[in-house]
Write a protein that binds this ligand. Structure first.
Ligand code: AMP
Length: 453
């Protein structure tokens, strides 16, 4: 078994990972750290929960600490993240790993007063973690200079594109100096990401840790068929019967999340909602209450949940099935993190059976059915030969879910490998590991959601 020492990390970082309680590198760390220490670009296919933050933060810190320029500090590492929560968590990780180093880091994001951020920038920083909107705002106002960046990390690139950040990313890349080391991490590798990677990665090492191998196998998945009107009662029953101490419930809409929190409260279950309409203060408070164990249930929408990095989540409830199959994989990945196991329940009513078909095609298997509950409803079970549910886009027109061909792709390994090989070539990446997910192209282009900036 590999240990952190054999990856070439310095003593100061070995002490840091030890004090975090990490004993063994995760696969993404094992495969990314050595090439990054050699100065290579890395294209990582890994989702949150795989240990990818340490995979990029540790080598970046090591190189930065080794070669310290004289004079006033300037931004040498720039990490772009799609959401405030994820950005804050990345910054927290930098804080933990760089505790004994003379490197200054800071996170900036929108939705809060910019003045403290500007003051921190004026004092001088080495590492900046940012969401794209606020970064460009502050550059535009002349508070921020990224022309001397040596390390550029684009995290959760697929989600960035889904959230409509592509133009912002392109603008940022144009402002960066030509000579720099690049890292791109993405949970999936649709063509759009491979194309983006091809525009700025050079001779990159490709590291692919499929969620299927990483987490999904450790998650016990269950599907329960029922009527919409019975969902709340079943949820309350499960939370109480299983004495859930730390669980996330996913709803499709913000309004649905708010309503469910009130309903759970009426059943004496303490819950908090987290979604894009909540103020930053409310989101931080909800997350803090959930992390310290005072609030056992977090009710979240998909976008807001991205990057929630809380250990020990035992239960994920898909109260509404997501209409994009990939969201299901992201959702259930909130549990079974860092080697632990977890349980993911999915409720399916008669309007959602098409979504279930799409999800099962994506994950390449049928989710075991739990019918032994008082609300079981056979009318919600997909009909034989039923087609994947249609995804409504913003204009109200319907389109096929982006992964409807996944089934065919996941049937044959050779087919999968050859398609992923093509992707690797397109992006200039050199494969380090051929565990491919065989992902379809990203279909959705959501409008930029300012509340996420
Ligand atoms: P990430 O994928 O970066 O969001 O990390 C997920 C969680 O795994 C975080 O809580 C990390 O602190 C934790 N973690 C990262 N690397 C390791 C490791 N090698 N061993 C145990 N836990 C880890």
């Amino acid at each position: 078994m590999t240990d952190f020492q054999s990856l070439g990390l310095s003593n100061i970082l070995l002490r840091a990972v030890e004090s975090e309680g990490y004993t063994t590198p995760t696969p993404v760390q094992e495969q990314s750290i050595p090439p990054l220490l050699e100065g290579r670009d890395v294209l990582g296919v890994a989702q949150t929960g795989t240990g990818k933050t340490a995979a990029f933060a540790l080598p970046v810190l090591q190189i930065m600490n080794r070669q310290k320029p004289q004079g006033k500090r300037f931004i040498r590492a720039l990490v772009l993240s799609p959401t405030r929560e994820l950005a804050a968590q990345i910054d927290e990780r930098f804080a933990a790993y760089s505790e004994h180093m003379d490197l200054r880091h800071r996170v900036i994001f929108g939705g809060v007063n910019q003045n403290p951020q500007v003051r921190a920038l004026q004092k001088g920083l080495d590492i900046l973690v940012a969401t794209p909107g606020r970064l460009l705002d502050l550059i535009g106002q002349g508070h921020l200079d990224i022309t001397r960046v040596e390390f550029f990390v684009l995290d959760e690139a697929d989600r960035m594109l889904d959230m409509g950040f592509i133009r912002d990313i392109e603008k940022v890349i144009k402002l960066l100096p030509k000579r720099r080391q690049n890292l791109l991490f993405s949970a999936t590798m649709p063509k759009s990401i491979a194309k983006l990677a091809g525009t700025f990665l050079h001779n990159a090492v490709m590291v692919d840790v499929s969620p299927k191998e990483m987490t999904v196998d450790r998650i016990q998945q269950k599907i329960m068929f029922l009527r919409k009107a019975d969902k709340r009662r079943l949820l309350v029953q499960l939370i109480k019967d299983e004495r859930v101490q730390r669980g996330i419930v996913f709803t499709r809409t913000k309004h649905g999340a708010n309503r469910l929190v009130k309903q759970l409260d009426q059943s004496n279950i303490s819950a908090a909602a987290i979604h894009g309409n909540k103020s930053q203060g409310a989101r931080t408070k909800a997350l803090a209450g959930f992390k310290d164990g005072n609030i056992p249930i977090l009710v979240a929408t998909d976008i807001a949940s991205r990057g929630i990095d809380v250990d020990g989540i035992t239960h994920v409830f898909n109260y509404d099935l997501p209409n994009e199959p990939e969201s299901y994989v992201h959702r259930i990945g909130r549990t079974a993190r860092a080697g632990k196991s977890g349980i993911a329940y999915a409720f399916c009513d008669d309007s959602e059976s098409g979504y279930l078909v799409g999800i099962q095609q994506l994950i390449g298997k049928e989710i075991p059915v739990l019918s032994n509950h008082p609300f079981h409803f056979i009318g919600a079970i997909p009909k034989p030969g039923q087609k994947p549910g249609k995804v409504k886009d913003k204009s109200g027109t319907k389109k096929r879910p982006r992964n409807q061909n996944q089934n065919q792709q996941s049937r044959g390994n050779s087919q999968r490998n050859s398609s992923s090989q093509k992707r690797g070539n397109r992006s200039g990446g050199q494969r380090n590991n051929n565990q491919s997910r065989g992902q379809g192209d990203s279909g959705s282009r959501r409008n930029r959601n300012n509340s996420q900036r």
